[in-house]
Design a protein around this ligand. Sequence first.
Ligand SMILES: Nc1ncnc2c1ncn2[C@@H]1O[C@H](COP(=O)(O)OP(=O)(O)OP(=O)(O)O)[C@@H](O)[C@H]1O
Length: 246
Amino acid sequence: MERVELQNLEVAYGERAVLQVEQAVFERGGIYGIVGPSGAGKSTLLRVMNLLEKPSRGHMRLFGTDVELPTLTYRKSVPIQRQMAFVAQKPSMFQATVFDNVALGLRYRKMDKAHIRSNVDAALELVELSHLSAQQAQTLSGGEAQRIALARALVCEPDLLLLDEPTASLDPYNISIFERVIQSVNREKHTTILMITHNLPQARRLAQFCLFLHKGKIVEWADTKTFFHRPASEELQDFVYGRMIC
Ligand SMILES: Nc1ncnc2c1ncn2[C@@H]1O[C@H](COP(=O)(O)OP(=O)(O)OP(=O)(O)O)[C@@H](O)[C@H]1O
């Protein structure tokens, strides 16, 4: 029960299969780095898991709940999606204050005002941006906006956090805050984290396990140390040592 499992997953556009995953198991509380060359299917994998895209076939078991991905209806998807949160490379802020942006998910869940206030304040404190609570979100810098996007994701206390290159456009200071926050949430709440990154040192710093996607398939999956020190497949060796030509 304490895991997220994918089985027999396939995403195809016309004749072309861009993602084929026979089986993948993510244990609760793990941080998983997802790496691979451009076009390998990494974002497609996270979009499918976040129910943003339907695969042609595939089954997900999310902490004990079975999800038939291709036939899932909107009504059934809502409680499942509420167990997860997604942060993309580019944050999109609504035309509202920072506070209201972070409060969004809690309002959908019809939480009462006092709890919304305390949870949003705590989330803003976590990302060290309490002082921006009343500012219009669209005036934020890129780094601030991404930390607010993280606060918005975390305020709902997701069991599964999906991150698609969330620090790709950030400076080192914002990267270090972002990394510290996800590590502390993982440690304290046992949030399962899947993180796509092109930054291999970042995958080494954060992930306990890494998987390598290549041409839509998981070619290698190992604990992070083995993954980088003793890559087994030729493809991962080429990727890790910078020889892969995409
Ligand atoms: N809607 C679509 N229609 C057709 N092809 C698509 C569509 N969405 C994605 N693809 C293709 O699927 C493949 C996988 O795309 P995906 O975005 O998952 O790759 P990625 O590994 O995340 O790449 P990057 O590291 O560059 O972000 C790519 O070849 C892409 O062109």
